[in-house]
Design a protein around this ligand. Sequence first.
Ligand SMILES: NC(=O)c1ccc[n+]([C@@H]2O[C@H](COP(=O)([O-])OP(=O)(O)OC[C@H]3O[C@@H](n4cnc5c(N)ncnc54)[C@H](OP(=O)(O)O)[C@@H]3O)[C@@H](O)[C@H]2O)c1
Length: 325
Amino acid sequence: MKVMPLTSRGISTSRLVLGCMPFGGGWNNDPITETDRLSAEKAVDAALSIGISMFDHANIYTRGKAEETFGGILRNRPQLREQMVIQSKCGIRLADGSVPGHFDFSKEHILESVDGILGRLGIEYLDILLLHRPDPLVEPEEVAEALGQLKSSGKVRYFGVSNMSVAQMRFLQRSIPDQFAVNQLEMSLGHLDFLNQSILVNQESGANVNFSEGLMEHCQMENIQIQSWGPLAQGRFSGRSVEDEPENVQKTAALVQQMAQEKGTTPEAIVLGWLMKHPAMIQPVIGTINAERIIACKDAERQSQLMTREEWYCLYISARGQAMP
Ligand SMILES: NC(=O)c1ccc[n+]([C@@H]2O[C@H](COP(=O)([O-])OP(=O)(O)OC[C@H]3O[C@@H](n4cnc5c(N)ncnc54)[C@H](OP(=O)(O)O)[C@@H]3O)[C@@H](O)[C@H]2O)c1
């Protein structure tokens, strides 16, 4: 049986990941409320109840409050830590006064960020640290020094990237001895360029595709886990109102609903199962904080195994709004 790249590296994890971006309230400096804490804990419990063991963070989510809220749950229930794979990200600086938001892969920023992450989560080590978005001013040797220090001090076990092209991964990897374990990118029925890139080689319409050429193949060859952010397409195909959406979205939402009914499952499981059928063994990072919707994702892996090639293409073509070339 095929195994996930992360599993084959010795990281035992679920196929689905819970994205913790909405934890802790808004992206402001308001204090975390009891309601925020309770809804986060309900989401974590719902995730655990369907076998999700991996949790995705970033130091910037709700300005640090997402990690702080999660840390509060772990402080009350420390036995949960060892059952979890905890991933976070750094490398983005939010706007501050007159300084606009920007990216920062300097050694100092990476080291400081990880100390902040561990402090807020209240844990000794991160399982995986991702470099959040490519910084054009990156000096790979500097990143290598930072990651080397984090590894040798035991603060981080594995490293990865997010929103990076093949060239950017290779450029960094020349200086970094630890092989990246993850690349996290936006992929869903509503964000299809990861597939369009491979079917439009040598086609004029391929000029409009916005996905790093060969990235899917590179990650598969190098045993790098591809994670998809935005995998539910913010609910556009699984129950959110589509009244104002284009025709292809409306038709695809109806097709998802029909398939779910015929198969006795949920629209969420169809939408995620479609992504998970890809041979790269994509790991969806779901961003819902609604416990019922989290539970509605439970059947996704099974649906990915049951989905036929024809069904998979029907969904792809419908969402693309165009026949295959
Ligand atoms: N690496 C990156 O650059 C990056 C960027 C963005 C996000 N991420 C990660 O990926 C995770 C997921 O991203 P995402 O939030 O964009 O993904 P998503 O799972 O596609 O969307 C989740 C959002 O859609 C809403 N939603 C889902 N189904 C719905 C329905 N049927 N009706 C109404 N609303 C519905 C959810 O609201 P409810 O909570 O009310 O269900 C939530 O706001 C984040 O938590 C974060 O961990 C990473």
